[in-house]
Ligand binder design. Structure first.
Ligand code: SF4
Length: 472
């Protein structure tokens, strides 16, 4: 029944295989020889199978957990360096016909204020985002064929790419909208999107159907097979994620890795990103109503294990999580974070009044983007506004090959420095600019190729002199 190459959800996410895997993990969680073998395999940076990762997840030996964390840190540094890519979500509309029990946008919620951005609203919102310094957005919308048809999403993308305020520009739009048809994915590809992101929420079919009692999202197979249609539609970069807290975490952890293996087996390229959100409070949603919530220790372990299991995949943590949790997870494999986020429909240009709450979840990290940039540099991380790979056509398997070839330090690192310099010149507070200028000079030394280092120095000077938008 289990077949990672099948295009049928129930075969590539076989329930029997997940349950067998969990039994195997329970039986072998203290098997020292096997644990050493798995850790040794992880140290070769080629990733782990879902079964191997499950054994490590079940193991509670503090020494093993220390080794997992050490490996996650090392693999993160080897493939991503100290860069952290920055993005912001932009909620276009909270109209939704689905009945998801964990999301305040569900159709039966008559309390939440329903909003949908017009193209004029988008110009104001994106101008405000550009004035913060953002270059990369993730657009989000509920599923509603009347209010949010694909034509509306495409129009919004076109509007966003055409807004240029002062030196600002959105250079990459990632899209998080409901599962759709191959034809509509092709339209998104033609519109120039970056990553198509769709959270599975949970891979447990029975729970999935209970959590999605009404609406098109109720269809487990259609939702779970969406990434195959997206890839068939020409989208190279897809982003997976589960909402931890809905189902028992070990089931979704195993199935998430099986989904990644399926994409690799069928399309020759795994997920571009994996997001790891946890359920948060929002309008009529109380996280305490869900009894599978996970504590910070398990959350950190899951993060580290995903990093060592799929070394080349980007990992995203949003402002759902607090500053403290984000700080804990950053060294364990996170490569992208949002900053200065609003999870309401609108709210970047003019903050939403308290009595007009349209947010999908409460933001835990409420710092400004400038505060986030300052904080990252103080911790030794290099904030990056780079979008070069996508714009140079290094997507899908080309990106993975590039990542595996270890060229990060000669491409991504200089691109991060160049885009950070743009940020410092155009948007940073004096404090952040002073810190950033010193930081960039120190970080130049990490570029191994001398000619590339010299060229980067030249470009940094040109940016200070007013030029923009360079990339390697
Ligand atoms: S999770 Fe998505 S589909 Fe479900 S109610 Fe919220 S916006 Fe709608």
């Amino acid at each position: 029944m289990y077949n990672p190459q099948s295009l049928r959800a129930e075969e590539f996410i076989s329930h029997a295989e997940v349950m067998d895997t969990l039994s195997f993990a329970e039986a072998h969680k203290d098997d020292k020889a096997l644990l050493s073998e798995i850790l040794a395999k992880a140290a070769h940076r080629k990733g782990l199978s879902h079964r191997e990762a499950a054994v490590l997840l079940r193991c509670e030996d503090p020494d093993v957990i220390t080794q997992i964390n050490r490996l996650a840190k090392q693999i993160k540094l080897d493939f991503y360096g100290n860069r952290i890519v920055i993005f912001a979500p932009l909620y276009l509309s909270n109209y939704c016909v689905n009945g998801c029990t964990y999301c305040p946008y569900h159709a039966k919620n008559k309390h939440i204020v329903r909003k949908k951005l017009t193209q004029e609203d988008i110009i104001r919102e994106v101008t405000a985002l550009q004035d913060m310094g953002h270059k990369r957005l993730a657009i989000e919308a509920g599923e509603d064929p009347i209010h949010n048809p694909i034509s509306y999403i495409l129009e919004c993308i076109d509007t966003i790419y055409h807004i240029h305020h002062k030196n600002g520009a959105i250079r990459r739009v990632n899209v998080n909208i409901a599962a759709t048809t191959e034809e509509e994915y092709h339209m998104l590809k033609e519109a120039g999107i970056g990553t198509y992101v769709l959270f599975q929420e949970t891979y447990h079919k029975e729970s999935y159907e209970k959590l999605h009692p009404t609406g098109p999202k109720h269809n487990y197979a259609y939702h779970t097979e969406a990434m195959d249609r997206a890839m068939a539609g020409g989208i190279d970069d897809v982003g997976l994620g589960v909402l931890f807290g809905l189902e028992h975490y070990d089931y979704d952890f195993v199935a998430l890795l099986m989904h990644a293996e399926h994409l690799e087996a069928v399309h020759g390229v795994g997920p571009h990103t994996i997001s790891i959100p946890r359920i948060k409070r929002a309008d009529d949603i109380d996280p305490n109503d869900f009894d599978n919530s996970i504590d910070d220790d398990i959350f950190a372990k899951i993060c580290a294990l995903i990093r060592i299991s799929v070394p080349y995949t980007g990992m995203i943590i949003s402002t759902r999580e607090s500053k403290a949790v984000r700080e804990r997870l950053l060294p364990l494999g996170i490569s992208q974070i949002s900053g200065g986020s609003r999870t309401s429909v609108g709210g970047y240009d003019v903050p939403e009044p308290e009595d007009e709450n349209s947010a999908q979840f409460d933001v835990s990290d409420r710092r400004t983007l400038d505060e986030v940039i300052h904080w990252l540099m103080e911790l030794g991380y290099l904030p990056s506004f780079c979008t070069a790979c996508y714009r140079e056509g290094r997507t899908g398997d080309r990106f993975m090959a590039f990542c595996k070839s270890g060229q990060i330090l000669n491409f991504c690192h200089p691109n991060a420095l160049i885009t950070l310099q743009e940020y410092l010149e155009d948007y940073a507070t004096p404090d952040t600019k002073a810190l950033g200028n010193v930081f960039i000079q120190k970080q130049l030394a990490a570029i191994p190729d001398e000619a590339r280092r010299t060229k980067t120095q030249t470009l940094l000077r040109e940016i200070s002199a007013g030029k923009r938008d360079f990339r390697f």
